[in-house]
Design a protein around this ligand. Structure first.
Ligand code: ADP
Ligand code: NI
Length: 211
């Protein structure tokens, strides 16, 4: 079996115990989007696939006991005897991919930057809207309230906020377009960002009882 297929099975097993069951859906969308971007950017397809598949395998929300250590990703790469240089490239890309409210960092490798774009794109557009309201619903957040969005939060404040889901668009989703690394990513982000704005504009019009 090739390493990408094996990695996919490994991650599927990891996420199988996850209560919401959505970790794998997100991971596979990130994989597909990353491969689409890679057609244009011409990175190494195997590396793109492995980084995408493993990027949330040690996610803090799913595996808080790991304390941010990439235990699962390391275990897979070491079990497959991936050369140290490649292993380190994959691990350091994964570390840099996750969004931090303030100090965001682009991975050094092209493949890591492609997956970071794909991960962020999954929080935008139609899928991003659906995910935001799913998150808001499961955390008991209101759709909208008149509290002003915050724009300059540190990570702890960002994670612990209980604001409305519409606020999340201002606090995170509208910022993602300008964080894209690759030109293919930028193009996809522009389209998805327009969808986000059309949605929020329509939402606020309807909220106010307008046409
Ligand atoms: P990822 O796992 O993709 O790195 P997060 O764990 O931060 O991203 O968020 C997962 C999904 O939940 C994303 O689509 C994100 O926009 C959404 N989300 C995160 N925080 C909030 C929030 N406070 N309100 C609404 N949606 C949220
Ligand atoms: Ni992700």
């Amino acid at each position: 079996m090739d390493i990408v297929t094996e990695c996919r099975q490994y991650v599927e097993e990891l996420f199988a115990g996850e209560s919401s069951g959505h970790g794998m859906d997100h991971t596979l969308r990130v994989l597909r989007t990353a491969l689409t971007i890679n057609k244009e950017e011409q990175g190494d397809e195997t590396l793109v696939s492995l980084i995408a598949l493993l990027h949330d395998a040690d996610d803090r929300k799913l595996f808080p006991e790991e304390n941010g250590e990439l235990v699962h990703a390391k275990r897979f790469l070491e079990s497959r005897r991936v050369p140290a240089v490649t292993k380190n490239l994959i691990l350091s890309s994964i570390k840099d991919i996750s969004f931090k409210a303030r100090d965001t960092k682009a991975p050094q490798s092209l493949e890591g930057r492609i997956v970071q774009d794909a991960d962020r794109l999954d929080a935008m557009g139609c899928i991003g809207i659906a995910r935001a309201f799913q998150y808001g619903g499961s955390h008991g957040r209101p759709l909208y309230d008149s509290e002003k969005p915050l724009t300059d939060m540190d990570d702890a404040v960002y994670r612990n906020r209980k604001g409305s889901t519409i606020n999340h668009f201002y606090e995170k989703l509208f910022l993602l377009k300008d964080l894209m690394n690759t030109s293919a990513g930028k193009r996809l982000a522009e389209k998805r960002d327009r969808i986000l704005h059309e949605f929020v504009d329509g939402f606020l019009r309807e909220w106010n009882g307008e046409e």
